[in-house]
Design a protein around this ligand. Structure first.
Ligand code: CMP
Length: 135
């Protein structure tokens, strides 16, 4: 049975800065994730804090919010069969050191902060995250 989902993807400042958007989008396309909407923007630290509030108790929260607001990002709604899980598989582990060969973070990630992409971790969070960027 088909299970078409939507998920939110963010190309983070480290990847935007290195002009990796087209390469990353080609990986989505190769994996049958289509880009429904896309925009480039820079968010404030307050907006980053709101977006990542699920992590507010974590020791890395402040650093994370500083980082996401440090430069331009590209946000996208991806759609496809099992899009949430598929996107997370394609991204690879959070820490690029642990990301499997061929995943986006393995290919392009620099560190656990500069890990090139974000992807929603559940269908429920995807809805919240999509609403955050695409009202
Ligand atoms: P992301 O998928 O965007 O979700 C939260 C981000 O926090 C994560 O990617 C990492 O870039 C960042 N982060 C920084 N330090 C850690 C850590 N110790 N564990 C998990 N995520 C971390």
């Amino acid at each position: 049975m088909s299970n078409v989902e939507q998920t939110l993807s963010i190309i983070k400042p480290d990847a935007c800065e290195r002009n990796l958007s087209d390469k990353i989008k080609a990986i989505f396309s190769k994996n049958n994730l289509s880009i429904l909407k896309s925009k480039k923007l820079q968010i404030s630290k307050d907006e980053a804090a709101e977006f990542y509030k699920i992590h507010q108790s974590k020791p890395f929260y402040d650093q994370l919010c500083n980082y996401l607001s440090s430069g331009p990002i590209e946000v996208m709604i991806l759609e496809g069969e099992n899009a949430v899980t598929k996107n997370r598989d394609i991204m690879g582990a959070t820490d690029p050191k642990n990301a499997k060969d061929g995943t986006i973070r393995n290919l392009f990630g620099i560190s656990i902060d500069k890990n090139s992409v974000h992807g929603s971790d559940s269908v429920e969070n995807a809805k919240i995250e999509i609403k955050f960027f695409f009202k």
